[in-house]
Design a protein around this ligand. Sequence first.
Ligand code: GTP
Ligand code: MG
Length: 273
Amino acid sequence: MSSFLRPAKTEPNTKTAAARIPAQAQYRPVSSHLAIAPPVSVVIPAMNEAENLPYVFKTLPDWIHEVVLVDGNSTDDTVRVAQDLRPDVTVVKQRGKGKGDALISGFAACTGEIIVMIDADGSADGGEIVSYVSALVGGADFAKGSRFANGGGTDDMTPIRKLGNRVLTTLVNTKFGARYTDLCYGYNAFWRHCLDEIALDCAGFEVETLMNIRVVKAGLRVQEIPSHEYNRIHGVSNLRAVRDGIRVLKVILRERGTRKRAVRPAMITGEVS
Ligand SMILES: Nc1nc2c(ncn2[C@@H]2O[C@H](COP(=O)(O)OP(=O)(O)OP(=O)(O)O)[C@@H](O)[C@H]2O)c(=O)[nH]1
Ligand SMILES: [Mg+2]
């Protein structure tokens, strides 16, 4: 049997995620339990993560289409280690500064239909990618990781960060009519068409918040995926709770609270907005 399968024919309803996939897309089997998957690009922002990359790359499924590593002008061996581990890795040299700037550059370099964003510090398990992809193939536009949905968890967050995240999550839910359980989390996946609808324009750690707000405002279908965040393996966090919390708050206050609701063809189990 060919390892490439054509997607099943869908009704010509442009509101469904499946209807937005190019007809010529070629799908690869994932496992005996999940038949097909569109090409999946994994974007990894990395700044001085050479010691962590072996752990991260080891967890990535072998059926992904490509890995795009966005190097934040690392002064260690981040790029060389990535290329040694995976000779086919696409390395993007970041021009500006910050995680948001890195992700925007990385997304632009992706050639897959589905884009997964995952940190390089060893806190995320690439084995969860199949859950994200399943949600997207099942009809969601945006699969959003959550450490606080049933089945999720975190070893990494301090009580003060949990409190800050909860307050900011509540603020976004109230202002934008979302039902998120986790706002500031870097493990998410989406169909590439989402990029046109959310037009990202931020530089720092507020990027996830901006994405989460704009997907709701655009009326996209969001499904939360329970995810476990492990401790960073080596090195120290680049996040500063107060500085970056204020940046997140500014984004929330700056974005208008009006929502453009799309007509939905069907409800999805676990849908949150
Ligand atoms: N390319 C690039 N990557 C960055 C930049 N800032 C952070 N990153 C990466 O973004 C990911 C998340 O950054 P972390 O410093 O772990 O911050 P965090 O995960 O939000 O915070 P912790 O939970 O404390 O680890 C890591 O893979 C970093 O290497 C940057 O300016 N450029
Ligand atoms: Mg981290």
